[in-house]
Design a binder for this molecule. Sequence first.
Ligand SMILES: [Zn+2]
Length: 192
Amino acid sequence: MSIERILQKRSESKCELCTSNENLSVYEVPKSPKDGEEGSIYICNICTEQLEDTSKVDANHWRCINDSMWSTVPAVQVTAWRMLTRLRAEGWPQDLLDMLYLEEETLEWAKATGEGEDETDKIIHRDVNGVILNTGDSVVLIKDLKVKGSSLVAKQGTAVRRISLDRENAEFIEGKVGPTQIVIITKYVKKI
Ligand SMILES: [Zn+2]
């Protein structure tokens, strides 16, 4: 049986990403460790075009991943992971990524194209001394900070535990002072 026939059967002749049943063809998922049907997906021409040409990506089209990311086919999971990673600045793709669990081997394949790496390299959060901050770190405030939109003043010396990073801006982190989640400028904190 040809790969195309096998994939038609696996996909029930629907795009494995967006379920369209028009203009379907075999798409070889880049960097697949396996040949044949395991390294390929059966998808429509709209999905193919946007996978191959990043300038044509329409984020809304990819809301279909909400369903297709639950596929049991690793090649589909890998493609979903890559597209979500590419689109994660939109917000909702990051939420889906947080839910998408891939087997170790599959995740390695997904990361093989370097998708997402540039972005993480670009945005690095550093404290007042230039020490790199990571999600989950604890910091201490090095000056009194007025909390925007409230009468709260976060005092110098206050520890903020389990910070999170602003994914789009290296200047900002978030963390809790007492019960209040606040945005803090990285130059006013020191990692502890
Ligand atoms: Zn499609």
